[in-house]
Design a binder for this molecule. Sequence first.
Ligand code: PRP
Length: 283
Amino acid sequence: MIRLAIQKSGRLHEKSLSLLRDCGIDVQNGRDKLKVEVSNFPIEILYLRNSDIPQYIEDGVADIGIIGENLVYEKSDNLEIIKRLGFSKCRVSLAIPKEASVDSLSYFNSKKIATSYPNTLRRFLSENNITADIHHISGSVEIAPNIGLADGICDIVSTGNTLYQNGLREYEVILQSEAVLVKAPTLESYKADILEAFLFRIQAILNAKNKKYVLMNVPNVKIQDVSEILPVLKSPTIMPLAKDGWSSLHSVINENKFWEVIGELKDAGAEDILIIPIDKMVA
Ligand code: PRP
C-alpha cells in the first residue's frame, strides 16, 4: 500500500481526483474523511490541507503527493518531483497597484510586499539584490495594498482576475508552476513498485493528452501526398474502402498541428475527416 496525499480542497482537488479516476483508481468521494482506501489499487488517499502536504511527506506520513510546483519551491528542498502533470498551471508573480509607475525591480527596495510565499519571494529578491520588507500573510493577499498594509504583493496568478478585481497588475513573474507528483526522499522497494505501476497509468493519460485519432478517406492516387502533409506520430494505417480506388487513412496526431494543415489536407484530396479523442495511450 502506498499513501498519496492530495488537497482536501483548493484548486488542485478536483483535478487530482479526476486524474486518479482516469487511472482507473476507484476513489470514493471522501471529502468528509481524511483517509480513503481504494479497493482496486494498492493506494490510500489522504485528504490534507495543501500547505501541510510537503511536511507530511517529509515526515513519512504520506509517501507521494499531488501539489503545485510552487509549494515544492516554497516549502521543501527534500521532495523529489517525479512527474509534471500538466494541469493547474499558474505562476507566482509580483504585483503592484494599477496606477503605480514602476520602471525597474529596484522600485521594490525598502517597499512592503505582502505574500503567502515568503521563501520564494526572499530568494527572488536576494537574487536580484533587492531589500524589501516581506509581510507573510496566509490568505487574501491581494487586499493588502488596498488597506495600506503593503506596497505590492507576491502571490499566485492564474487568470489574473483576482488582481484585476483588486486594482492590481502583474509586474514580474517569479515562478511558473503546475501540478506535480512528488515523492518522499526514500521509499521502500515494494512502495517503489506500486509507484511505478501508478506512473505507468499516469503516463498513458499524459501521452493521450492533446492527441487525437484521425480518420479520412483518400483516393489511392493521393495517399502519398496526403501522408506527406499529415503530421502523424508514426506511419499511418491505410485500409481499402469498399469503393474502388479509395482508402481510409488512420493515424494519431497532435491536435494543434492538425489544425495548421487541415486546409492543405483537403486540397490534397482528403475527404470525410473524422477526429476522435483518445482516452489512454501506451507508447
Ligand atoms: C489563488 C491566489 C489568488 C488567486 C489567483 O488563490 O491566492 O487569490 O488564486 O487566481 P486568478 O488569477 O485566476 O484570479 P486560491 O483560490 O488558489 O486559494 P488560496 O487563497 O488558498 O491560495
